[in-house]
Design a protein around this ligand. Structure first.
Ligand code: AQP
Length: 333
């Protein structure tokens, strides 16, 4: 069955191995199936829900687009653009915000995690972020949204918003509730410093993540210093219980070497973390170095990246402006 794919990545800093394994690697596989129509968005409107330095944001928008292309997303096959170039996203978001309920947003765990203890000081944008995300997806009639496990709740909210809009305005087919596409395995890559915390761009500990732009030496050093426990590695999944760091490092290894966790457990049974770390560094370097080099090459020609984003935005505008027009007619504007 042909799928309409939409997904986004925030230009909030260096993309990391979690973004790559949880999202971008999957985007490339989906794009390579010729039956799929794919749209990949650099979600810069989402990024400013947390204060961004304007100059850095501009660079990060280009770097995120470059990372898409360097990882294998082809602008000839997929639409690549940044969200702020297409006004329909914001327009749709306002209207859908009048459909979403406070109670629904109050349940969102990502807001609770990101706002931390002092939620009174978090931006309103951070709170209503999932509504903008619903607008992004629903404007393109996306059938499937590839995301990491952390975004599952936002996708459920998007479905609720679509269904409530269709019911309230008696237009059962207008907004299409999308399906999340979450990889069964390795959908949440954890911090190298704490196997119970998600690997994240905004973690202040640089050693907690591998960036797509890290050099070979940086990768080797970060893996060397990654947190472990004191036991030898187990030979079965039961043995990974209560050992988040072992589970995370073995998961990353499995994902990048395209083998299932059982084969990885067999490979390292009874060995030390140092054995796993050596092979893990090698596979990360092999997979990421070509991407890192290509990102640097692409970034040396800013006009080229900017043109891809502008061309992509024109295609995205063509689709989303028609949808938002219908939405506006239906609500009575
Ligand atoms: N650790 C992760 N493991 C698996 N998937 C992940 N994703 C993010 N972190 C992990 C997936 O990457 C896609 C893009 O994420 P994003 O940049 O839009 O936002 P995020 O989820 O908030 O990512 P970060 O790194 O935690 O960014 P900051 O620190 O800026 O908030 C999504 O599909 C996400 O699931």
């Amino acid at each position: 069955m042909s799928k309409k794919i939409f997904s986004g990545v925030q230009p909030t800093g260096n993309l990391h191995l979690g973004n790559y394994i949880g999202a971008i690697k999957n985007f490339v596989d989906l794009q390579n199936n010729k039956d799929n129509n794919c749209i990949f968005c650099v979600v810069d409107l989402h990024a400013i829900t947390v204060m961004q330095d304007p100059t850095e944001l501009k660079n990060n928008i280009r770097e995120t687009a470059a990372a898409f292309i360097a990882s294998g997303i082809d602008p000839k096959n997929s639409i690549i653009f940044n969200q702020s170039l297409v006004p329909a996203h914001s327009e749709g978001s306002w209207i859908l915000g009048c459909i979403a309920r406070m109670g629904w947003l109050n349940r969102m765990t990502q807001f609770k995690e990101k706002a931390g203890k002092d939620k009174e000081k978090a931006s309103v944008g951070l709170y209503i972020y999932p509504i903008l995300m619903a607008s992004d997806i629903l404007l393109y009639d996306a059938t499937h949204v590839p995301v990491g496990d952390d975004q599952k709740q936002h996708l459920e909210l998007c479905r609720d918003i679509a269904q409530k809009f269709n019911n309230e305005y008696k237009c059962p087919d207008l907004l299409r509730p999308p399906e999340p596409l979450i990889q069964k395995n390795f959908s949440r890559i954890m911090s190298l410093k704490d196997g119970t915390k998600k690997m994240s761009k905004s973690d202040i500990a640089e050693g907690s993540r591998i960036n797509l732009t890290d050099t070979e030496d940086q990768i080797i050093n970060k893996i060397k210093k990654a947190k472990t426990d004191n036991d030898i590695l187990p030979g079965n999944e039961e043995g990974l219980k209560g050992r988040p760091e072992a589970e995370n490092l073995m998961g990353i290894y499995s994902s990048l070497s395209n083998q299932n966790i059982v084969d990885t457990l067999n490979e390292f049974e009874g060995k030390n973390f140092s054995d796993l770390k050596k092979k893990l560094s090698e596979i990360i370097v092999t997979k990421l170095s070509p991407i890192s080099k290509e990102i640097q090459k692409l970034l040396s020609d800013k006009n080229y990246i900017d043109q891809i984003l502008v061309d992509g935005a024109a295609k995205a505008e063509d689709i989303s402006s028609k949808k938002v027009k219908k939405i506006k007619e239906i609500v009575g504007f």
